[in-house]
Write a new protein. Structure first.
Length: 437
């Protein structure tokens, strides 16, 4: 690859805080809010025009598996978000499977960030890291105003793709042995749906698609059909199709996945109009501004969660929360057999009521750094565990824990690796993580 040298230049210091969070998705928001509530000054940097990540720009239809059937595992900020979004939507909160309206989420997250006096920047990208030995001193960012530096005492990588960690030189893993990752999805928002013709609000179209699959009449080679989900009066979000073979860290591949996804959704719309009750007059209102990436980098931490931790339902002395979503590794390729196995694995790995696994604090501590925490789908885990922890409640548990841990380190003037784990666990419990229903 040909390389070009860019002349060195001085760039201004534009902000400074106790905690700097890169990424304003569900994990990043949880980290910033939790730290602010514990007494830190916080800065949140987000590349898009709103917080929420997949919940908003990704048009993710639902927040699922907040509970294991007996315990509210994500009873802190995640539950608060669901309750407040429920008020905006005029519905009751559902701790098992809550369909969301992305605009309601945007509004609530803006409110939560402002209420907690967090300084947050939208339309700002992190493109480099200022590192001094094992310490990160700042991040270099760009916006329409130009380049700048944001400094902090502690940093949280909540970028999903592990961008901050990669820029800092922290070792990462990507995908399977061949580097292939779970296929992403370009979700969509539809209007004109007549829900009086259907008695369900989640997974619409699944029955009809499977019938067409049995009849060999499906219009696309998709054998892992997720479905359509109601999120308002006459509107809903489609988690439809996969971009098989996409490499989300490659700009060309990402671009082609977006182009193909927008084309592919028209085929799904036509199928629904012809085959699914209530969709005869449905219209495509919006395709997601953000591609729904399920997997990219997994940052290496002091402990890596592995599949045995899931299957043996392991718990840890330093765990900061528990979770129970099944193993959900979406296929990487268009191979029909690989696609068909996904739902079988989800069913086979479903925990019993009250069963869960622990998330150790060490999985949030990025290797080879002193002041970098991980939150969300890029925490230290293998593919099996990442496929479970990557959904919103899991991301928000790790984000909230990272924020509280950062506060403990700053306020006690100690390192992230020497904080009082028992005190951290007690504080997270007080905040509502892992409660009996």
């Amino acid at each position: 690859m040909t390389k070009v040298t860019i002349p060195a230049k001085e760039i201004p210091l534009i902000a400074e805080a106790d905690l700097v969070v890169a990424g304003g998705g569900s994990a990043g928001v949880a980290a910033a809010i939790a730290a602010a509530q514990e007494g830190l000054s916080c800065i949140l940097v987000e590349k898009s025009n709103c917080a929420g990540g997949m919940l908003t720009n990704g048009l993710l239809p639902s927040i699922i598996y907040m509970s294991d059937g007996r315990n509210l595992l994500s009873g802190g900020l995640c539950y608060e978000l669901v309750k407040r979004v429920s008020v905006e939507m005029g519905v009751k909160p559902d701790i098992y499977w809550h369909n969301i309206n992305p605009e309601a989420v945007k509004l609530v997250l803006d409110e939560m960030l402002c209420e907690n006096k967090i300084r947050f920047f939208y339309n700002m990208h992190c493109f480099d890291v200022l590192r001094n030995g094992p310490r990160i001193e700042g991040i270099a960012v760009s916006s329409p105003q130009g380049m700048g530096v944001i400094k902090g005492k502690i940093f949280v990588d909540a970028t999903g793709d592990g961008n901050l960690s990669a820029l800092a030189g922290v070792p990462c893993e990507i995908g399977n042995e061949s580097g292939e990752v779970m296929a992403p999805t370009l979700c969509s928002l539809w209007s004109g749906v007549d829900y009086t013709k259907n008695n369900i609000s989640s997974g619409l179209g699944r029955r009809e698609w499977h019938q067409a699959e049995e009849n060999n009449t499906i219009p696309l080679p998709e054998h892992h059909f997720v479905g359509f989900f109601r999120c308002g009066n006459g509107i809903g979000c489609g988690n439809l199709g996969h971009e098989y073979g996409c490499r989300p860290l490659d700009a060309d591949s990402y671009t082609q996945a977006c182009v193909h996804g927008r084309k592919q959704i028209r085929t799904y719309l036509e199928f629904f109009r012809k085959n699914v009750p209530g969709f005869a007059h449905a219209e495509l209102a919006l395709t997601a501004p953000m591609l729904g990436v399920r997997e990219s980098r997994r940052v290496c931490g002091e402990y890596m969660l592995v599949k045995e931790d899931y299957y043996e339902r392991r718990h840890f002395s330093d765990e900061i929360g528990c979770f129970a979503y099944p193993v959900d590794i979406h296929a990487s390729s268009s191979n029909a057999e690989e696609q068909s196995e996904v739902e079988k694995t989800v069913t086979a790995t479903q925990y019993g009521k009250g069963e869960n696994y622990g998330i150790p604090y060490r999985a949030l501590l990025a290797k080879e750094t002193e002041n970098l925490l991980l939150a969300g789908r890029c925490i230290s885990a293998d593919r099996t565990m990442q496929s479970s922890i990557r959904v919103v409640p899991g991301c928000m548990i790790t984000g909230e824990a990272a924020g509280v841990a950062a506060a403990s380190a700053v306020l006690k003037n100690c390192s992230l690796r020497s904080i009082d784990i028992a005190a951290l666990q007690k504080r997270l419990s007080q905040r509502g993580i892992y409660q009996k229903i």
